[in-house]
Write a protein that binds this ligand. Sequence first.
Ligand SMILES: [Zn+2]
Length: 418
Amino acid sequence: MSMSTLERFSFGVGDRFAHQAKAQLRTFQEIARDGFDVVPVWNKSNREHTFIGSEPQSVFDAAQAAVRALDWNHGWHVDADHIRLDTVDRFLPCSDFFTIDVADSIGKPATAEAVQAFVYRHPELIGTVTIPGVSAPFTTTRANVERVAAKYLLAVQDTGKIYRHIADRKGEGGLIAEVSMDETDSPQTPPELLIILAAIADEKVRAQTIAPKFTGRFNKGVDYVGDLAQFEREFSDDLAVIAHAIVSYGLPTNLKLSVHSGSDKFSLYPIIRRALARTGAGVHLKTAGTTWLEELIGLAEAGGDGLALGKEIYAYALAHVDELCAPYASVIDIDHSRLPSAETVHHWSGARFANALRHIPNHPEFNAHVRQLLHVSFKLAAKAGNRYTNLLKANEEIVAKQVSENLYQRHMRPLFIG
Ligand SMILES: [Zn+2]
């Protein structure tokens, strides 16, 4: 962890069992050789730590070991992912990046005085707002601004509380703050984003990245589902709004968009790549913890005990599908009728199992339902304990190959190079 300034291109990677940091870091070296400086941000949420029974320090330790082993001399960060006031403290010593999650406060009303004070402070938000680069000028009324402020002000005030709590302990220069509003039902439109950014500036939060909820579905581990043309317009308008807000409200000049559950969104990468190239903007793309699926794929390819454990995990997951999926109901779409029986999977070869899981959408054996179910089943591997991690060690090379190939070929290349 070198500086607390987030670089133009950053890529969030998850490493739930703390064995793949080196395999992940190699892909950042590879994309650097291609001419793109992208920095890794290792992220693990409080929820994941709780499910797995791990401590935040372990993420820092694994990242630092990889950085030293591979002699990585660019930036790297450790993300306290989706923290709130009540969960942030144990992340303070070992994180420099904080994803401040205030989605739960969206829609909870701020006081009428706070809303009136905001509208009074920001007459520039009312009427026709012309921003260079947006597809059409925003037209708002005082009532619109009041309504949006009422919806988001409390969440921004909460952001301020959490931000100051962290900054008081780490120093204002000691943290990279991300404001996350993605885990909610309705997307934030570009005009709403402008109002939110004005409020963030009022609250003196030095946000370097913001994760709005975009239009469409960002399910875990599978491609984007939604209207691509609409996403393109929205993403591009968001970039223009951010550039405008940096100048108008004095927000950090490196403020950029963060795309959560950004792994596997293959149909969005060309859109994002074009927008970044056109505008010179940066991006943070956070992956959805799918590295663990690459571990399963590697173990399946290895055959023997690795494949056997993968099948066992699938059989157990299938028998407990509702319970495993419940915490992720809003971010997965599993059609139960498309899940093969445990008996069927029992007879699969390692290659067949790997093909079902590996995210190559047009592969005839790929099964997005199996992939999503296993994605949310990582706690079963945690339960297997040493049996699982010993298999990772014994099959390090074949597992690392899956991890690196997935990140580099299916994610970084299409996102940055095309
Ligand atoms: Zn998120």
